[in-house]
Design a protein around this ligand. Structure first.
Ligand SMILES: Cc1ncc(COP(=O)(O)O)c(C=O)c1O
Length: 383
């Protein structure tokens, strides 16, 4: 913890600022950025003389294979989508819960976790039920989710780690809840993948989505989408296109032979460089090891919590080490936490304002000195 887990020279920004903002945007390690830059250059300058059909068809396989290793899944269970939001929209329009069915989520969630279900429900008459936790984030628990689930629950869609408060759910407990009611469990791991070890097969999760540009250290434009065996078997994508097929370059407009794997969710071209970044970033993450990453990020977060306690802050993040990860969110009595965040940013301590509070995040490129420096600046801002 006194040292960063990843080499600091892979993150040149750290010469200038104290970056505690992976929950907003991670920093892309230089070796990853260099691979993307090389790919984009070849693509732009050499067209199909370099990027031929075979290369294009397989261009996302590196990301797919790395995601499979990261999650302990088969590559066939992984799709690379353009964003987490796109994957949720696909899930909502595919599963389309009907009138009489309900979808359970949380009012604190990142909006893309709930909006697609609202939109589909407006069409079908299904009911979207949200745990009310915004006024009292500390009240959020597995029990508060379970209280809304019943025999008509078709989907439970929540984040493993809450973006605003850092609350971490245990995936196996959520899966047990979903199984008990025969509901489909859809998890947003955008604030956990790349930090929290995930054994997706052991977890019993039906679908897991993770954006790439935060804890995974990739760039905008690519996300991981895992489908469990039950969903994979009945995968009927709402959007299809030339890349959804077994053989994209068959280019047969009269017959649509969809790929027999999660790849059938990949319906169009995309910024392929984003897929290259995602693959390279996940390999970088795998080299560090998520067990070590979680231990490192948690140790820094704990140091931060201790320091914030000493400064009289109120935490929105649970204290139990199993119920949090690398996000620490705090309010400061008598002060607007968003204004505190703005003052910290001005002073070169990069954090985010969220719901009247200040959100810090600790990751592989941070060390104890970053936390101590941030705490001394918080003290200065408060005084
Ligand atoms: C939990 C969570 N899900 C999804 C997103 C956004 O994902 P994307 O930009 O890939 O659609 C965010 C971004 O902050 C997030 O925190």
């Amino acid at each position: 913890m006194n040292e960063s887990l990843a080499p600091r020279h892979h993150f040149p920004l750290l010469d200038d600022v104290t970056y505690l903002n992976a929950a907003s945007m991670g920093l892309v390690p230089l070796p990853v950025q260099e691979q993307v830059a090389a790919f984009d250059r070849e693509l732009a300058l050499r067209g199909t003389t370099w990027f031929d059909e075979a290369q294009e068809v397989g261009v996302l396989d590196r990301a797919r294979n790395a995601a499979a290793r990261l999650l302990n899944a088969s590559p066939d269970a992984i799709a690379i989508t353009t964003s987490a939001t796109e994957a949720f929209c696909q899930a909502a329009w595919w599963l389309r819960p009907a009138r009489g069915a309900n979808i359970v989520s949380i009012d604190l969630e990142f909006p893309s976790v709930t909006y697609p279900w609202f939109r589909v429900a407006a069409e079908t008459g299904a009911d979207v039920r949200l745990v009310q936790a915004k006024d009292d984030p500390a009240s959020l628990s597995l029990d508060s989710v379970a209280a809304l689930v019943d025999d008509n629950t078709e989907v439970i869609c929540v984040s493993q780690v809450q973006f605003a408060t850092g609350h971490r759910f245990a995936l196996d407990e959520l899966a047990r809840l979903a199984r008990a009611y025969d509901a489909t469990l859809v998890i947003d791991a955008t604030q956990s993948a790349g930090m929290v070890p995930i054994d997706i097969q052991a977890s019993g999760v039906d679908m897991l989505v993770a954006g790439g540009y935060k804890w995974l250290g990739a760039m905008f434009g690519a996300a991981v989408c895992y489908l469990g065996p039950t969903l994979l078997e009945r995968l009927d994508p709402p959007f299809v296109g030339w890349r959804s097929t077994v053989e994209p370059y068959a280019l047969d407009a009269a017959h649509m032979a969809l790929a027999p794997s999660a790849r059938r969710l990949e319906f169009s071209t995309m910024s392929y460089g984003a897929g290259v970044a995602l693959g390279a970033a996940m390999e970088y993450t795998l080299d560090l090891g998520t067990d070590r990453i979680l231990a490192h990020d948690l140790a820094l977060a704990t140091r931060l919590i201790d320091g914030l306690d000493a400064l009289g802050a109120t935490l929105l993040t649970p204290r139990d080490i199993h119920s949090r990860a690398g996000i620490v969110t705090a309010r400061f009595p008598g002060r607007d936490g968003e204004e505190v965040a703005a003052r910290l940013n001005e002073a070169g301590v990069i954090v985010s304002p969220r719901f009247g509070s200040t959100r810090f995040s600790t990751h592989i490129f941070n060390h104890a000195e970053d936390v101590d420096h941030a705490l001394s600046v918080v003290q200065r801002v408060l005084s």
